[in-house]
Design a protein around this ligand. Structure first.
Ligand SMILES: [Zn+2]
Length: 131
């Protein structure tokens, strides 16, 4: 499991269920009673304003909505992305195992998790094989 260039983060009461699922390799997102889905960090439905959000499991696949490559003086370039999940929500995460020069929007990706320094699992994206 890769954790290159990732820093550990801490859970809180609001994120505990999310991190528990992530530790099993499952990506959870939010869903309101009207059926709108949103990103995991959401506390209010961006479409209807509901604050009654439940966790649902996402497929863990999506496409690059956008990306950038951070060029660093003494380290490899660091690609970061906004991933549009198949369910619709966008999530920011690092890209791993990619050639930064070959990236393009709408590239298919899948979400994986790494636990930097033995901490909580953090999502990152890798290229998804075509077909
Ligand atoms: Zn809603």
């Amino acid at each position: 499991m890769s954790a290159k260039d990732m820093l550990p983060i801490d859970r809180d009461d609001a994120s505990a269920a999310w991190f528990d699922a992530a530790a099993d390799g499952r990506l959870l997102i939010r869903k309101c009673p009207a059926g709108h889905v949103s990103a995991p960090h959401t506390t209010t439905c961006p479409r209807c304003g509901s604050t009654t959000l439940q966790w649902i499991e996402a497929a863990g696949t999506g496409v690059l909505a956008s990306y950038a490559v951070i060029n660093r003086r003494d380290a490899d370039p660091l690609p970061v992305a906004i991933v549009e999940l198949d369910e619709g929500p966008w999530m920011r995460m690092q890209l791993q195992d990619v050639d930064p020069a070959s990236l393009a929007t709408n590239d298919p990706v899948e979400v994986r998790f790494a636990a930097p320094e033995g901490g909580e699992p953090i999502p990152y994206a890798v290229p998804r094989a075509a077909g």
